[in-house]
Unconditional design. Sequence first.
Length: 115
Amino acid sequence: QVQLVESGGGLVRPGGSLTLSCTMAGSMLGFYVMNWYRQAPGNQREFVARINRYGTITNYADSVKGRFTISRDNTKSTAFLQMNSLKPEDTAVYYCNADGPPTYWGEGTQVTVSS
């Protein structure tokens, strides 16, 4: 059974930084394109960032470009989302997604940006 477990969320002040981790169990991370999505209260889940299987190509939503960095370490079965210059509008539950197919989702980690 494949599982994705996110960690690293929390409360941070505007302008601060957080790094989220997403660890895969039950399969090889290298088989999957990895994505991060987020969902704020009352909003639909939205795409944040994507990294290809080899870690050589990344894509970002315009709202996070230049502030967030997605990376991966296939040897550790872990993907990362480094978030800098955080804003209150970045507050959301952040989900990692492994896109094979098949597709797997983690349960999410809360990020709150507030003074």
